[in-house]
Design a protein around this ligand. Structure first.
Ligand SMILES: Cc1cc2nc3c(=O)[nH]c(=O)nc-3n(C[C@H](O)[C@H](O)[C@H](O)COP(=O)(O)OP(=O)(O)OC[C@H]3O[C@@H](n4cnc5c(N)ncnc54)[C@H](O)[C@@H]3O)c2cc1C
Length: 376
């Protein structure tokens, strides 16, 4: 596996960075989404036969990182092409692929992803959203929380469960639920995040879905789910690294100029060293992200699982520290709206909590990698 970026990746990075610079922070996210779609960046990971770029999560993570580093990350990249696009291209029926992939690739359609439930939280084995058969249809009932972008998404890929006809046990299944399906309601959650994408609480009350709303095979739900969750972790790492780089660049620029004694504040090691450490941590996190992305793209779902968790952890921590240090470097200006860094303190925490918290990754590594016993 190459640890040095290929020329193609470097060229992609530069081209996306240029788009990000043209757009900048605080611009129209919908317009950026449309522009990135036209340039083919939203579907770089999707198959060429469906209008995608024929690459993988390695390429898509470059896109998200660079937009984030320019101050304009597209959160829905984590969900629409990375999770939903991957699951549909790997497991969807021919009709589902034809219907969704070209539109997800050019960005004319978006798909949200809903797994989190209020009563299950981090323990997704406890989700209770249940699908039962009614003739050829499905009836889906349950609740979801913190689901991003449901208002702008044409449909949401909902993780539910069906009852196994033989054992009676519930097993995970994925359903495509169009936004305006009767019985599918949403309420925006009042988040303390200044982001274009909103989070929603969802209620599914006997939502009637046709047979072809089920993605792929009823018996392979768990496998299909994992195929989407690894890209989600890699992309969250890209989101975090991009944001960390953005904050760090602002702080470095400021520390070079701002002089309160005889030298710019960046000459003081108490300011310079934490910035250097933040840069090293972001670079290290990116290396692990590249490893995880390469394993995803090689189809090694098990190997990718461990690496993607570690990359998400490392990137989340590196982002939180970089943002914290950046705000501090600006002194009082770090807390002004004009410099726009303070709001990143909240935004950076998202990568520590979602899609899987720091503690749950430490649990995973403790149990799966180190073979330590479980406390829960
Ligand atoms: C901005 C944002 C966007 C999101 N978008 C989506 C989305 O699009 N789709 C979606 O499905 N979900 C989404 N989520 C939900 C997110 O994935 C969850 O918030 C996350 O999985 C944590 O679940 P929880 O909030 O219920 O926390 P809880 O599970 O209640 O955990 C609370 C705290 O307890 C700790 N904890 C829990 N169990 C253990 C344990 N066994 N050992 C140690 N510590 C433990 C956790 O680490 C955490 O710190 C989003 C969340 C946010 C904040």
């Amino acid at each position: 596996m190459a640890t040095i970026e290929t020329d193609e990746h470097k060229a992609l990075r530069e081209a996306v960075a240029a788009l990000g610079r043209r757009h900048g922070r605080g611009g129209d996210t919908g317009q950026l989404w449309a522009d990135a779609g036209k340039l083919g960046y939203l579907g770089v990971n999707l198959p060429q036969e469906y209008g995608g770029g024929g690459g993988g999560i390695s390429e898509l993570s470059v896109v998200l990182e660079e937009l984030g580093a320019a101050g304009c990350p597209l959160l829905m990249l984590v969900v629409s092409p990375a999770i939903c696009g991957t699951v549909i291209s790997r497991f969807g029926t021919a009709e589902q692929r034809q219907h969704w992939l070209p539109a997800l690739a050019d960005g004319t359609r978006l798909m949200a992803f809903g797994i989190t439930e209020p009563d299950a939280g981090s323990n997704s084995h406890r989700i209770t959203t249940t699908a039962r058969r009614d003739g050829a249809d499905w009836l889906l009932t349950g609740r979801k929380v913190f689901i991003s972008g449901v208002d702008i998404a044409d449909a949401t890929l909902i993780v539910g469960r069906t009852e196994d006809a033989r054992t009676g046990r519930l097993k995970p299944c994925l359903f495509i639920v169009p936004r305006d399906t009767p019985g599918f309601t949403r309420r925006p959650i009042d988040m303390e995040l200044s982001a274009a994408e909103k989070q929603f609480e969802l209620v599914l009350d006997d939502v009637r879905l046709p047979a072809d709303a089920l993605v792929g095979d009823e018996d392979a739900g768990l496998l299909q789910l994992f195929a989407g969750l690894n890209p989600e972790r890699v992309m969250t790492a890209a989101f975090a690294i991009g944001m960390g780089r953005y904050a760090l660049a602002k702080a470095i620029g400021y520390a070079r100029e701002r002089t309160v004694w005889d030298t710019p504040i960046g000459a003081h090691q108490a300011i310079a060293h934490p910035l250097a450490q933040a840069h090293i941590d972001l670079e290290l996190a990116r290396l692990m992200m590249q490893k995880a992305a390469a394993l995803c793209d090689a189809g090694d779902d098990m190997g990718a699982g461990e690496a993607a968790n570690m990359a998400k952890y490392a990137a989340g921590e590196a982002c939180v520290k970089a943002v914290d240090q950046a705000v501090h470097t600006l002194g009082g200006n770090g807390l002004t709206r004009e410099y726009g860094l303070a709001s990143l303190i909240t935004a950076a925490r998202v990568a520590r909590i979602a899609p899987v918290s720091r503690e749950m990754i430490l649990n995973y590594v403790s149990h799966q990698t180190l073979g330590l016993p479980k406390s829960y």
